[in-house]
Structures are given as C-alpha cells and as structure tokens.
Write a protein that binds this ligand. Structure first.
Ligand SMILES: Nc1ncnc2c1ncn2[C@@H]1O[C@H](COP(=O)(O)OP(=O)(O)OP(=O)(O)O)[C@@H](O)[C@H]1O
Length: 203
C-alpha cells in the first residue's frame, strides 16, 4: 500500500534529510518516532505529496506520487489519503457536524462513523466545546469519511493524557484495520511504542 525508496528532501539552504526505506501494508500500522528536528513533519508532508522529494520514490496504492503534477496530486490526495493533525483545525463558527461534512457531504457515512467513534452526541456542538480527546476523535472521523487507503497521523496523541492517548491510538488503529487502510503515525510520543510493534526511529 505504502512504500518508499531512498527518500530524501533538501530544504533550500538547509541540510538534506534522508529517510530509511519504509513499507506499510493495508490494515497495518507503522509508527515513526524521533526527536525534535529529525524530519518527522517533513516525512509526513512527503508521504502526503505536500512536498516533492529531491530524491527517491514514494508509492501510494501503486502510484509513484512524486511524479504527479500538482493538480493530479491534489486529486489523488483527496481520494486516497486522509491526514490527522495534532490540532484539529476546525472552523470555530461551524458545528462539528458541519465541519465534518465539509470533508465529504455524506450524511449516512458521517452517522455510521460518528457512532463508531462515539461522537454522535457531540455533532451539534461547536468544536471549541469539545475536549482534546473528543476533538481528536472528530479529526479521525473527518479523515475517515472519504475512506482513504492511506491514513497519515501527525502527532495525533501529543496533547492527550495517558488514558485518552491509548484510547485514541487504539481507535485509530482499529478503524484503519477495519477499513483496510495503511496507517502511518509520526510522533515523538513514546507512549505509543508499547502499542505498535512495527516501528522506525528517525535520527
Ligand atoms: N522551511 C524550512 N527551511 C529550512 N529548513 C527547514 C524548514 N522546515 C524544517 N527545516 C529543517 O528540517 C529539519 C526537519 O524539520 P521537521 O519539522 O521535519 O522536524 P520534526 O522531526 O517534525 O521536528 P519537531 O518534532 O520539532 O516538529 C529541521 O532541522 C528543520 O530545522
């Protein structure tokens, strides 16, 4: 589902970041950890096609995404890749439900996912009225609504307490497995190492 070969990225006037080769099959989880500044966010942006690598290859669902032009990349991302950020970036003036329907106007799917993720009673609320853990569950719902084949999660548990951290991470993995999505979690949160065996540390 996801694999990379010889992936590298050079920021203008910066050093070249080189990443170990990685693979993640559908339904599986790959955890990427590493300290501040090692390139976790850069890697996630390369895998999402938000940055073009200066070298190497990223394959998602059989497509070498580094070769796609920007319009085609945007369309590919919308169809195949769901991204979950540490901060949920919801529009404050809209309800949670309205925010989630912006991702895809599919009421049936939204209802089904909200029940699974236990947020159906929160849909009418404004995002700021949700706790951090609830916001993360809403973010996961938003990423899942398009049934992506690749789920990328950037520090999804960093702002959560231990109980919520484990609950959110397990929920994310369970949903990825159920939908046969490959799940890649990029984090400096060492608490997640106990949950996921498939693990690469960047340095
Ligand atoms: N726009 C930029 N221009 C030049 N260098 C950059 C830029 N963005 C990031 N870098 C450098 O690239 C390296 C990797 O940054 P990145 O943000 O990917 O690390 P990270 O592992 O996500 O860090 P953190 O955990 O602190 O968020 C760092 O050395 C950083 O200084």
């Amino acid at each position: 589902m996801l694999y990379t070969r010889n992936l590298a990225y050079a920021y203008p006037n910066g050093r070249t970041l080189r990443f170990p080769d990685m693979e993640c099959a559908e339904g599986n989880v790959l955890l990427i950890t590493g300290g501040s500044g090692v390139g976790k966010t850069t890697l996630l942006h390369l895998l999402a096609g938000l940055l073009k690598p200066s070298g190497g290859e990223v394959q998602v669902a059989g497509t070498a995404i580094q070769s796609l032009k920007s319009g085609a990349m945007d369309a590919f991302r919308g169809k195949h890749i769901g991204i979950i950020y540490q901060q949920s970036h919801f529009i404050a003036a809209l309800s949670v439900k309205e925010n989630l329907l912006l991702a895809k106007k599919d009421h049936t799917r939204l209802l089904e996912l909200s029940q699974k993720l236990g947020i159906q009673s929160l849909l009418h609320k404004k995002p700021t009225q949700l706790s951090q853990g609830e916001q993360q569950r809403a973010s996961i719902t938003r990423a899942l609504i398009q049934s992506p084949q690749l789920l990328l999660a950037d520090e999804p548990t960093a702002s959560l307490d231990d109980d919520n951290c484990i609950a959110v991470a397990k929920l994310l993995a369970a949903q990825a497995a159920e939908q046969k999505a490959a799940l890649l979690i990029v984090t400096h949160d060492n608490r997640l190492k106990q949950l996921f065996a498939n693990h690469i540390t960047l340095s």
